[in-house]
Design a protein around this ligand. Structure first.
Ligand SMILES: O=C1O[C@H](COP(=O)(O)O)[C@@H](O)[C@H](O)[C@H]1O
Length: 248
């Protein structure tokens, strides 16, 4: 488990641009090393802004996506193509514009998919897909980079303060009911899955996130501030703008 590093930028635009450039570097390095690159995507304002910036750099540089796998840290359990699904937003921001094999895009099932509106079944289905990709090396692949937006309440993925999923240590993926942020039903990777990532990148911009950033970096109880518990095996980076860093 790694000690968090902090990278500060003037504003959200500069933050998204820098994260996008670093991500492109990581993808290029994996290609040079001839290895697959497993990337966990996030929803939320900065997370989607990062994907838009990656799209621009991908087009400029002719980035090769053939070795990249895209996963999601959480999903709002809504029908396919619903504009509030993290997948729908990621497709509009990036995925529809890149040449990536469809079999390497791994969305969390929608509420009108094979499992109907049963979020528990959807979570089980996703954990099976992760296990297959891990090829026996564990319940999930060792993700190369895990992007995590963070709410003002210090939630990451769909691990919310006061909800039980933070303590889930067996299932790789969990259903969430009664989320304080709409929609109430979600599906989330659990803490052991997120923390199997080589690099965890927490993205936060704006003054509403300043208190949560402070908690995330000061050893707070993960039941009150789930962001305090996410750490990569090699590296953890909190990418902040000045407003989000104001209480450090
Ligand atoms: O609902 C969600 O919100 C968070 C953060 O969103 P933001 O707009 O406050 O940045 C995101 O991390 C999560 O993936 C998503 O489902």
């Amino acid at each position: 488990m790694s000690t968090p590093q902090i990278v500060r930028h003037a504003d959200a635009a500069a933050l998204a641009e820098d994260v996008a450039l670093r991500l492109v570097d990581e993808i290029v390095r994996a290609e040079a090393d001839k290895r697959a690159f497993h990337l966990v995507l996030t929803g939320g304002g900065v997370g989607i802004a990062v994907l838009e910036a990656v799209r621009a750099h991908s087009a400029e540089s002719g980035l090769n996506w053939s070795h990249v796998h895209l996963w999601w840290g959480d999903e709002r359990f809504l029908p396919d193509k619903d504009p509030d699904r993290n997948e729908t937003q990621a497709c509009a921001a990036l995925i529809d514009a890149i040449d990536i094999p469809a079999t390497q895009v791994h969305p969390i099932p929608a509420s009108d998919g094979m499992d109907g509106d049963d979020a528990a079944h959807a979570a089980t289905r996703y954990s099976r897909e992760l296990a297959v990709a891990a090829r026996g090396a564990g319940p999930v692949p060792a993700f190369d980079v895990c992007l995590l937006g963070m709410g003002p309440d210090a939630h990451v993925a769909s691990l919310f303060p006061g909800l039980p999923q933070i303590d889930e240590d067996e299932a790789a993926v969990a259903p969430v009911h009664g989320s304080p942020k709409p929609p109430p039903t979600r599906v989330t990777l659990t803490l052991p899955s997120l923390n199997a990532s080589r690099q965890v990148w927490v993205l936060a911009s704006g003054e509403s996130k300043a208190g949560a950033v402070r908690l995330g970096l000061s050893g707070a109880d993960p039941h009150e501030a789930p962001v305090a518990a996410v750490r990569g095996t090699d590296k953890t980076v909190f990418w902040l703008d000045e407003a989000a860093a104001a209480e450090l």
